[in-house]
Design a protein. Structure first.
Length: 356
């Protein structure tokens, strides 16, 4: 029987299925500046969406940290114990000075944000099934598998979200992963290597990290890109292969890994996609999912430049303006009126109308 988890408690009905917590952001004595990753990008995305009045704090779902018990749904105890060594975490996150910090600090300042983002992805999986779509403003740690991390990815949130759905949500037994980060998603590929319930499409720069030949065997639709691929060719390939993937295998959920490291100038991605190209790419995936009535869960994954937060926010605003996210919900703060109260209020409005 699945263990009890707080990650699957229903959020108030009026919330947008956008999941976030201020705990996502990694800020610690300037150490985060030693990594090309913008370790505060998640909070910036939220601030841009607030400025545009798309969301407010009480309109989004607060992510909760995944517990050890949650993580053990996929990870081995041996792997989780390894994270108690600071040098292991330094290797996974590619921030060498972390090796010299006491592990309790590493747990609190580096791993807790990643565990909270992982909790966010698991929560967003159920929300996507309930509401038709969900966006975790973080997550997408696609280089981590059940027993090893790497490439800034310490927990296998994509695998976890899918396994949680398979085990706990009736009617979800097939999943498609559409991985459009610039890097190959070798973590989820290793985890679902021989699992016929999961179909993986992966488009990535063929020359960069991780170059995991073993993991490639799990990819059902492999789109290997050349250095400096630009918008026209890229979008045409994405359109063709997303449609092809969804025609070939009918999933109950799509997990969309929407890395922005395909952006022109990204030091690690090596592709040359414009901001408009990224916005268009996300639109292609959401259109394909929504037109087929398949729930879609989006995670933000890699993206190593300061301007990526603005682009992700613009993309979400674009999806909203095109009606691909559905209508804006009423306020959903936990302190907002209960459903009974709302029913009573509307009954009162109705009776006053009939009296006039």
């Amino acid at each position: 029987r699945p263990h009890r988890t707080e990650l699957y408690e229903d959020p108030p009905l009026g919330c947008w299925p956008i999941v976030y917590s201020p705990d996502y952001n990694i800020t610690f004595m300037g150490l985060e500046k030693l990594h090309p990753f913008d370790a505060g990008k998640w909070g910036k995305i939220i601030n841009f969406l607030k400025e545009e009045k798309l969301i407010a704090d009480d309109l989004i779902v607060q992510a909760r940290e995944a517990t050890d018990e949650d993580l053990l749904v996929v990870h081995s105890r041996r792997y989780l114990n390894k994270l108690k060594w600071s040098f292991v975490v330094a290797t996974i996150t590619e921030i060498p000075p972390v090796a010299f910090l006491p592990n309790f600090i590493v747990q609190r300042k580096v791993l807790k944000p990643l565990r909270t983002q992982t909790g966010g992805t698991i929560m967003a999986g159920k929300l996507a099934v309930d509401r038709g779509w969900a966006i975790n403003v973080g997550g997408g740690f696609h280089h981590c598998s059940s027993d090893r991390g790497g490439g800034f990815c310490a927990y296998a949130d994509i695998t976890l979200a899918i396994k949680f759905l398979f085990e706990r949500v009736q009617g979800v037994s097939r999943a498609t992963i559409i991985d459009l980060d610039a890097h190959q998603g070798n973590g989820h590929e290793r985890d679902f290597m021989d699992d016929p319930r999961v179909y993986i499409m992966d488009a990535y720069n063929r020359y960069i990290y991780p170059g995991d030949g073993f993991a490639k065997r799990a990819i059902k639709r492999k789109v290997e890109l050349e250095w400096g691929t630009e918008d026209t060719e890229y979008l045409q390939k994405v359109q063709t292969h997303v449609e092809g993937a969804l025609n070939e295998f009918k999933p109950d959920i799509i997990v969309y890994n929407a890395g922005t490291d395909i952006l022109d100038g990204d030091p690690l991605g090596g592709l040359a996609i414009s901001p408009q190209g990224i916005v268009k790419r996300d639109e292609v995936v959401f259109r394909a999912a929504r037109s087929r009535g398949v729930p879609v869960l989006m995670v933000t994954s890699g993206g190593y430049q300061r301007r990526t937060a603005r682009i992700i926010a613009d993309s979400i605003l674009n999806l909203h303006s095109l009606g691909l996210l559905g209508r804006q919900p009423p306020a959903c703060a936990l302190g907002s009126p209960s459903l009974d109260q709302m029913v009573r209020d509307s009954a009162k409005d109705f009776s006053s109308l009939s009296l006039q």
